[in-house]
Design a protein around this ligand. Structure first.
Ligand SMILES: [Zn+2]
Length: 131
């Protein structure tokens, strides 16, 4: 393995990272707009008014984020490889094969990773991960 990533990695990862950041920002703007205009009605600002609910939200948020990213990432890989614990779902078409081939493989072009590699994704990948 090369000691430092080649410059071409950066030039490939910069647009992928920028698109992911832009997608994430647009989704955040939509969520905040929905909250500000009253479409998200299950929110509250006084956490002491709902202590148990707030506790579970705060305690579970980090696990939810990691769990979601883990599941979303795994779903982007082929499902029926024989080595996968999801091998039992052979009756379902292997959407993961096509998601990896046409979408997620862009993310895995970075074998020698840079600081941008984690968020360098195809835009469809960016929507999955940041939603
Ligand atoms: Zn992957």
């Amino acid at each position: 393995m090369k000691k430092n990533p080649p410059r071409s990695n950066y030039w490939r990862e910069i647009p992928g990272t920028i698109s992911t950041v832009l997608i994430s920002s647009v989704l955040e703007i939509i969520a905040l707009r929905m909250w500000a205009t009253g479409y998200l009605t299950n929110t509250y600002m006084d956490h002491w008014a709902h202590p148990f609910r707030s506790f579970f939200w705060f305690a579970g948020m980090s696990f939810h984020g990691d769990g979601y990213v883990g599941v979303a990432h795994r779903a982007m890989h082929p499902w029926n490889t024989g080595e996968s614990p999801y091998y039992i779902i052979r009756c379902i078409p292997d959407f993961g094969y096509y998601l990896f081939k046409y979408v997620h493989s862009y993310h895995h072009l970075s074998e020698n990773t840079t600081i941008l590699s984690g968020h360098s994704m195809h835009p469809v990948d960016g929507v999955f991960y940041t939603s």
